[in-house]
Design a protein around this ligand. Structure first.
Ligand SMILES: Cc1ncc(COP(=O)(O)O)c(C=O)c1O
Length: 462
């Protein structure tokens, strides 16, 4: 969508999107009469048939500028050079400069960026990698892909990030790395994490997939650990569609990553003649030229967008923090910029007459606010047992290491369970790109639900 475009709002459309036209909830219209509400009364919750607070739609995502961006892509198309060449290299130089690292390697996506980094950091069978449970599957899959075991450390519900004070108790003689994730675009406590890593001689690989331009002490995420990995998937604050990148200051490591992403062919300090013999057991993860062209175009606007999100997030926080039962996120120490890939807060149903989170979300959607409950518990999903019962894992580990019941016991994360199952509420990054009046609408919608929580609970049961 072109810059500044907003979606056309239609009441029927938002009802459809928020699932309110489904059976059961349609009955809300009938219930109106129970309270004698007048149709169109703005104080009636929209979920009970009232007028929604937000009627003007949202900024559409992704944003591009036809007058400049389309030409960049067409230029690549017309050149006939579509496989990795000059534009990808230009994108890598520009991203390294933006983040503040010596090098950047562009790859197909964030998941493969993490795989490439882990392999070339020497992490594999028999190793443990410390990870948060409050993340996307794309953080954990790479650990399993390289044959290592993820070890989950509970979440600090106040920050939504890995709790740094619980990391040390999970370190064993097998721990090789910490993989902190700056989830939701909010930096994890890198100051404490780096101290712990140093003390225990562990490598740190940052999952920066949601944290483009986020900072602690004016230093960007991706520059704290040994290496960092980004995603440029469509929903990300820097969207390309699908793409990823590894950043690091270690030139030899980056040469190895380059080689690995290009079939293991010689590159840089991995001396050899291309075509005369492949050096590493690599794979192919190369970005295309037209993806890099989109990336270069997007890079021009991410700073301004980050500023808008920051400003709007601050406005929204200042308003919703006054509503009982709404707990805004706390930023980690030293954060000088959070980039809000998602805007989270915690919901305490007790302050809302025990209105369940799902009903709260339904009521908020009805007010025209896009919202969701966020992540499920990454430490408790069937994919872990699937890996542990695989032929490869059985060859690499003792049965005790792969006992899923023991694993579950060791990887309990009760705070994370509560956050996932009861408390978390998310808004999307593009909701923070509109005018400040959009923030006022979100706050008003939440307040409206707060004031009407008892009524909503009585009228709708799901
Ligand atoms: C925290 C996190 N890690 C890893 C990934 C994987 O990135 P990709 O989808 O580009 O493979 C994502 C992206 O969705 C992510 O949000």
């Amino acid at each position: 969508m072109k810059k500044g475009d907003k979606s056309n709002f239609s009441r029927r459309l938002f009802l459809k999107q928020s699932g309110i036209l489904g059976a059961g909830i349609v009955a809300a219209g009938t219930n109106n009469s129970l309270y004698g509400f007048n149709k169109g009364d703005s104080t009636i919750p929209a979920v009970l048939g009232g007028t929604p607070v937000h009627k003007t739609g949202w900024t559409k995502w992704p944003i591009w500028d036809s007058s400049t961006d389309e030409e960049l892509v067409l230029k690549v198309l017309r050149s006939g050079v579509w496989s990795r060449a000059k534009v990808v290299s230009e994108f890598e130089r520009a991203w390294a400069e933006k983040i503040g690292t010596k090098r950047c390697l562009a790859v197909v996506n964030g998941t493969n960026a993490l795989i490439c980094a882990l392999v070339n950091m020497g992490i594999g069978a028999g190793d443990e990698v410390i990870v948060p449970p409050y993340t996307f599957i794309g953080t954990i899959v790479p650990v399993l892909q390289v044959g290592a075991i993820p070890v989950f450390v509970d979440t600090d519900p106040a920050t939504f990030q890995i709790d740094p004070d619980k990391i040390e108790e999970k370190i064993t003689s097998r721990t090789k790395a910490i993989l902190p994730v700056h989830i939701l675009g909010l930096p994890a406590d890198m100051l404490k994490i780096m101290d712990i890593a140093k003390k225990h001689n562990l490598l740190v690989l940052e999952d920066d997939c949601q944290a483009h331009l986020a900072e602690i002490n004016h230093k960007k995420m991706g520059t704290f650990g040994y290496a960092g990995c980004f995603s440029f998937q469509n929903s990300k604050n820097m969207p390309i569609g699908e793409a990823g990148a590894i950043v690091s200051d270690d030139e030899h490591f980056m040469d190895k990553c380059y080689s690995y992403h290009n079939y293991g062919n010689p590159y840089g300090s991995l001396v050899g003649e291309v075509g005369a013999g492949t050096l590493l057991a690599g794979t192919k993860m190369r970005l295309t030229e037209y993806q890099a062209a989109i990336g270069l175009a997007q890079m021009k606007r991410i700073e301004e967008q980050a500023q808008t999100r920051e400003k709007n997030a601050a406005r929204l926080t200042s308003q919703i923090k006054e509503i009982p039962g709404i707990i805004p996120v706390k930023l980690s120490p030293g954060v000088t910029r959070a980039v809000y890939h998602l805007y989270p807060f915690r919901y305490n149903k007790e302050k809302f007459h025990n209105l369940s989170r799902s009903l709260f979300l339904k009521a908020l959607s009805a007010e025209g606010v896009h919202c969701s409950r966020g992540y499920s518990q990454m430490n408790k999903m069937p994919y872990l047992n699937d890996a542990f019962t695989s032929k490869n894992y059985k060859k690499m580990y003792n049965p005790e290491d792969l006992d899923i019941n023991l694993f579950n016991e060791r990887n309990e994360c009760p705070k994370n369970d509560k956050l996932c199952l009861e408390e978390a509420v998310w808004l999307s990054q593009w909701e923070l790109l509109g005018p400040s009046s959009d923030m006022d609408d979100i706050a008003k919608a939440i307040e409206k639900i707060y004031k009407n929580a008892e009524k909503i609970k009585k009228e709708i049961s799901i």
